[in-house]
Every structure is written in structure tokens, then in C-alpha cells.
Design a protein around this ligand. Structure first.
Ligand SMILES: *Cc1c(COP(=O)(O)O)cnc(C)c1O
Length: 473
């Protein structure tokens, strides 16, 4: 065995102590910029003879450490970015240490698939979803929707009398949706359904949610053809929810697959005052939830939920050609036959730890603190003549702009704010207007941040060159 390998294993305790120190320092670092400052990628050569993990840690510190952003902190409000709870960190470390490959519950001498199923059960409770949904872990909401829409594709084929998995697509599949997340469109591309087969349903005036009357018209035009409806359980800009109850009602009259992308909006179910936004989602065929957002487990983690009575279609879609040692896909449950991956890590463990450690109340507190902070920031922006909300704050995302509507100045403001390093926000375009958005999903989110963000916005504005005077009439 290589000498360094042997030495490293014998010094593992000291190495891990070092990593522990680094981890604690990183998490407590309140000065670390929230925006990236890396300009060029340093040249990196493969050493012929390595110097062991201690040396790798030293070089890592010198070469990369300064450029890591505080994305797991509550100062990072870009995209929809969660952090890592202490228990999730513990679970994730153990996932690596245990290095299991969750597949079947029985017959492989491995408890990891059982842990995954147990974690799914806790998540169903958290979301008050019925146990008529099966669930599993994938890398992100994109792969969750890929899994769900893959089963939906098989379902449509079956309605049309053929087997998509075996025959390939013989007929175009119609997708109805109003404001799909970009990743859903990517899934349609990956699944060979094709993004041009999206039939855009109108959104309600000034909203991102489906206009149910327009949906009915679009359904009528399909003349009874089966289709897939992609619904939003929280859009990224205004966190608008389709009327899931009304959509589910339509299933009694029309033959379609209802998929709900509730990547982060699904966590509204954890707050008794907001759970009504999801009424009806329990009647969907499939649901996407992202764990590395509001569950605050580290990347990469999301879940698919697919109705258990669709399990045969799911196995037909994802079964790994039947190697005899893997059992019978029809009767022996194996994660390898129900999702896109074969070998996979025990991605459920960080979620198991965090759910076990903080329970329903712990998550209710996180979710409601984020909602409250977003509402406060919304109020303060609305009261400030320099700013204007682009949409009412519905849940945990605040989309806003400068009252002046000066596109260049809006972009300069985001840039300046992010360069300052205290906070990170994403630019956005909503209803044709350029703006900024702040998304609150971090477990450390504090209501006092609203005021701090306002002050930081004004500091960034003051640092911009003065706006050009209005052109004379
Ligand atoms: C974040 C998000 C996704 C994509 O999630 P990834 O984890 O990046 O794959 C999909 N849908 C919605 C609504 C999201 O917010």
C-alpha cells in the first residue's frame, strides 16, 4: 500500500480534528463575503507522488479557502439557497463515513434503504401527505421532476395504448402549464417530450398562477387526448401557487397526470397559517420537493413523491435490466428500479438526522421565521420611496425594484450590493420589469435582518455614480 495512504489512515483522528476546526471556523465566519471573488482558476497539476491529506489540506487552504462564499449563511439570499443545520451536518458526515449504497430493504445486508424509507415517512408527516405516496431521494428538484415526469410519460403512453420505454415516443405528448420552473422545461428536453410541446396556459392577471378558465379552454381543445399538467406549488419570483384544489377537481372530468413542483413552496405545509396554499396537492399524481432548500440539509438532496398506485409504471420506466442478483423488479422493491440512478449515496441520512433532531416544531419555527422576515422586508421596501415591490410578498421571497425603473441602475445596484459582500441577492425580471429578489430559507434567518438589508441596499445605492439627470423636455 502507498505509504501516504497508510500514514493518513493511522493519523485519521488528527486529520478529522483539523477538519472539525475548519468547519466550525467556516460556519462562524461572519466576515466571509456572500458573493464570489474568484477571478481565474489557478493552474493545478497532478502530483506524481502525493504528500498526503495533511498537505492537501494545507494547499486547499492556501489555494481555495478565500474564495468560498458564505452561501450556507443567512446572508445569502440568492436563488433559493438553504444552509445546513447542525444535525444535517452530522448526518452528512456519517453518510460519507458509512459509504452505503441504498438499494433494496431485504437481501443485501444493508439497512440504508430502510433508513431512506423511514425518512420519507417522516417527510410525509411533515408535509401532511398521505401514505399513498411512495418517495425517494435524488440530487435536486430537477432530478425529482425528471423522475416524476418520466413516470408521467409512461402513463400517457399507456393511455394511448403503447409502451414509451420500449417503443420510444410515437406521438407528441402535450404539456399544459402556466409558469413552469426552467428546470421542468429542461426535464421535458431530457425525456424526449420536447419543450415545444408545452401549451402555455394563461396566468391570472398580475399573477403567475394558472387561470383555470383558460386551462379549461386549452383542455377542451385537446379533444380528450391525455396530457400532463405541470402545476406550481410556489413559483420562484412571486411564490405564487396554482389553485391545486381546482386542478385536482378537474381530474374527475379529464384524463391527465397532475405534477406539482413544490420544490420549496411545499414547506408552506409546515405552517398552519400557510398550509392552505397547498390544499389539493394530496390528489396529485406526483410531487417535487427540494431538501437542500428549506429543509436545510446540504447539497445535493431532493425527493420525489409518486402515488403508490403508479408504482408499476414507475418500475417500467426506471427498472435496471433484470440482473438475476437484483431480484424481481415487479415484487422486490429496490431503489435502483424506481429512479434514474443505480448506485447512490445514503442521501437520506442528513434529512433523517435533522428531522429527528428538530421535529415538526423545529421546522415550523424555521419556516415561519423566514416568512415573517420576508413580510417585514416587504413592508419596509413598500414604505421606502426609493423602492417598489414587484409583487405582493406571498411567502418567503421578496421581488422588488427601484421606483425609477432604471434598468441599468437596478443591475448596477445588485452588482454593487453583491460586491460589498455582506448580502447576496439575485437579479430577476418579473412582468417585464428588471428587479432584485431576496429569498429567505435559511435556518438562521432572523427578523432583524430586514432592517439590516434595507441599510445595506441604501449603502450600495450611495456608492453608485449619481443617476443621470432626467433629459430636458
Ligand atoms: C430550485 C427549484 C427547482 C430546481 O431545483 P434544483 O435543486 O436546482 O434541481 C425546481 N423547481 C423549483 C420551483 C425550484 O425552486
Amino acid at each position: 500500500m502507498d505509504k501516504q495512504l497508510q500514514q493518513d489512515e493511522s493519523r485519521l483522528s488528527q486529520l478529522l480534528d483539523q477538519v472539525k476546526e475548519f468547519t466550525i471556523g467556516f460556519r462562524a465566519d461572519d466576515e466571509r463575503p456572500a458573493g464570489s471573488t474568484l477571478q481565474t482558476i489557478p493552474e493545478t497539476r497532478l502530483p506524481d507522488l502525493g504528500d498526503g491529506a495533511q498537505d492537501a489540506m494545507k494547499v486547499f487552504g492556501e489555494r481555495w479557502n478565500d474564495y468560498f462564499v458564505a452561501s450556507p449563511s443567512n446572508r445569502y439570499l440568492g436563488y433559493v439557497t438553504g444552509g445546513t443545520t447542525p444535525a444535517a451536518l452530522v448526518g452528512d458526515w456519517l453518510t460519507t463515513a458509512l459509504d452505503q449504497n441504498p438499494q433494496a430493504v431485504k437481501g443485501f445486508g444493508d439497512v440504508s434503504a430502510a433508513i431512506e424509507i423511514a425518512t420519507i415517512s417522516m417527510l410525509r408527516e411533515l408535509f401532511t401527505l398521505p401514505d399513498t405516496f411512495n418517495g425517494g431521494f435524488v440530487t435536486g428538484a430537477t432530478m425529482s421532476s425528471f423522475t416524476c415526469l418520466g413516470v408521467a410519460r409512461q402513463w400517457v403512453g399507456k393511455q394511448q395504448g403503447y409502451d414509451v420505454v420500449k417503443d420510444g415516443l410515437r406521438q407528441p405528448i402535450s404539456i399544459l402549464t402556466a409558469t413552469p420552473h426552467s428546470s421542468a422545461v429542461k426535464c421535458l428536453a431530457m425525456l424526449g417530450i420536447g419543450s415545444r410541446n408545452i401549451i402555455k396556459v394563461a396566468a391570472l392577471p398580475g399573477r403567475e398562477a394558472i387561470d383555470v378558465e383558460d386551462l379549461k379552454t386549452k383542455i377542451a381543445a385537446l379533444n380528450g387526448q391525455p396530457f400532463i399538467l405541470i402545476a406550481s406549488g410556489g413559483t420562484v419570483n412571486t411564490v405564487d401557487f396554482d389553485d391545486l384544489n381546482a386542478l385536482a377537481d378537474l381530474k374527475t372530468k379529464h384524463n391527465f397526470w397532475l405534477h406539482v413542483d413544490a420544490a420549496f413552496g411545499g414547506f408552506a405545509a409546515v405552517s398552519p397559517t400557510h398550509a392552505h396554499l397547498l390544499t389539493g396537492w394530496e390528489r396529485a399524481d406526483s410531487i417535487t420537493i427540494d431538501n437542500h432548500k428549506w429543509l436545510n440539509v446540504p447539497y445535493d438532496s431532493a425527493c420525489w413523491f409518486v402515488r403508490a398506485d403508479h408504482a408499476p409504471l414507475q418500475v417500467a420506466t426506471f427498472q435496471n435490466s433484470s440482473a438475476p442478483y437484483l431480484g424481481d423488479p415487479a415484487t422486490d422493491f429496490n431503489y435502483l428500479n424506481v429512479g434514474p440512478e443505480n448506485s447512490r449515496r445514503l442521501r437520506a441520512l442528513p434529512a433523517w438526522f435533522s428531522l429527528r433532531a428538530y421535529g415538526r416544531r423545529g421546522y415550523q419555527d424555521i419556516v415561519e421565521r423566514c416568512i415573517e422576515t420576508a413580510a417585514l422586508l416587504g413592508e419596509q421596501l413598500a414604505a421606502d420611496p426609493t423602492f417598489e415591490l414587484l409583487a405582493p410578498v406571498k411567502l418567503n421571497v421578496v421581488a422588488f425594484t427601484l421606483t425609477s425603473d432604471d434598468v441599468d441602475r437596478v443591475d448596477a445596484l445588485v452588482q454593487r450590493l453583491n460586491d460589498r459582500g455582506r448580502y447576496f441577492l439575485s437579479p430577476t425580471t418579473l412582468f417585464g420589469r428588471r428587479g432584485l429578489r431576496a429569498a429567505f430559507v435559511n435556518w438562521q434567518c432572523a427578523t432583524s435582518q430586514a432592517e439590516e438589508i434595507m441599510a445595506e441596499l441604501h449603502r450600495a445605492l450611495q456608492e453608485l455614480p449619481p443617476a443621470p439627470a432626467a433629459a430636458p423636455p
